[in-house]
Design a protein around this ligand. Structure first.
Ligand SMILES: [Mn+2]
Length: 362
């Protein structure tokens, strides 16, 4: 993990002597803890990682997570009591005048705790430097992301026979989660969306008890969590024969996605990739119906630090990983979204999700 740590320190403008990553209790567990330790297991509640500019990392954790933490191959100090924790924290922080902390992902309580252990030190928020490092994936991360993408892609094929008239949305949602787990996923990466009919017009719907009807759009947005990394994939189907309008909506979104794909390359502006899809959609009769940003970075989190949207000045770098997910939504009628995960490459992109993108009539 030396490379990751050094990269973070290089990104810090205001030099710091040490960076401290402290996790609270679930769900307030700082995912950067897994980034800096390379751990792909455990919850690591109440644990602390001390990072040094030379790339070294010291972990401080409880007995509960000690064995898991040792899996990182890094030095692990164990705290058996509050007093022992205090003593060890102070020891690891001794001599540090400027302490970097991850303001974006830590709790205020952790901040106060670190300050108390080093009262004379100045705490500096280095979360931007951490996120900048996390945006560009290394080969180990790309392997995990690619496995997560593969699991979700395979599940698309297997869920189709399950979608039928009379089946409820939550049954499809739970089946998706089950199929992912059966293929080795640790769990769903985020709350699975299985919407149908008019519900497909709500981009952030989850699942409900509506029964599938003939003629419905069925929209599935889900992703596999695999060793802390995840995928994010959306496919929209039509139950029965698609109408002209449904076909037109689908084709508009599919082409919009291709327009964005074509813009992907190292050095490209994020907003140009978004605009390729939005401008295309706005030239069709579905003008104004694409109501969200084109995509977001994925990694340890489903919204991993950056988005591809209209006002985003982000410049794409090689090995950044984003979702590309244009959509068209008509309230009261339905929506179509197609979402894939891509890795930015020098002259283009590589797909991490490979499920068929042609319209499927079930
Ligand atoms: Mn997404």
């Amino acid at each position: 993990m030396k490379g990751r740590i050094k990269r973070i320190f290089r990104n810090v403008k205001d030099k710091v002597d040490i960076i401290v990553i402290q996790t609270a209790t679930e769900p307030y567990v700082d995912r950067s803890f897994f980034y800096v330790t390379g751990l792909t297991q455990g919850v690591m509640e109440g644990s602390t990682a001390f990072l040094r500019p030379d790339g070294s990392v010291q972990i401080l954790t409880s007995l509960l997570e000690a064995e898991t933490a040792k899996g990182s191959g890094l030095p692990v100090a164990i705290m058996k009591s509050r007093e022992e924790r205090e003593k060890k924290m102070k020891r690891f922080l001794r001599g540090s005048k400027k302490i970097g902390v991850n303001g974006a992902e830590m709790t205020h309580r952790s901040f106060v705790d670190i300050q108390k252990k080093a009262p004379k030190a100045e705490l500096i928020d280095v979360s931007e430097a951490i996120m900048k490092a996390r945006l560009v994936k290394d080969s180990k991360e790309l392997k995990l992301l690619s496995k997560a993408g593969r699991i979700a892609s395979e599940v698309v094929k297997e869920i189709i026979p399950f979608i039928d008239i009379g089946v409820r949305e939550y049954e499809i949602g739970s089946e998706l989660n089950y199929l992912m787990a059966k293929k080795g996923a640790t769990g769903p990466f985020f709350d699975t969306i299985a919407s149908s009919g008019p519900n497909t017009a709500e981009p952030h719907y989850s699942v409900g008890d509506r029964k599938i009807k003939r003629g419905d759009f069925v929209l599935l947005d889900f992703g596999a969590l695999y060793k802390k990394y995840g995928s994010d994939l959306t496919r929209t189907f039509v139950v029965g024969k698609a109408t002209k309008k449904q076909k037109a909506m689908y084709e508009t979104v599919r082409k919009a996605q291709m327009k964005s794909f074509a813009k992907l390359k190292e050095g490209q502006k994020g907003k140009v990739v978004h605009e390729a899809a939005s401008k295309y959609i706005n030239r069709t009769k579905f003008k104004g119906r694409f109501t969200h940003g084109l995509g977001h970075s994925i990694g340890l989190a489903a919204h991993d630090g950056a988005g591809l949207g209209p006002g985003v000045d982000l410049i794409l770098k090689r090995n950044m990983v984003f979702t590309i997910e244009p959509g068209v939504y008509i309230p009261g009628y339905g929506g179509v979204r197609i979402e894939d995960d891509i890795v930015v490459k020098k002259d283009g992109y590589e797909l991490l999700t490979t499920a068929d993108r042609e319209l499927i009539e079930i």
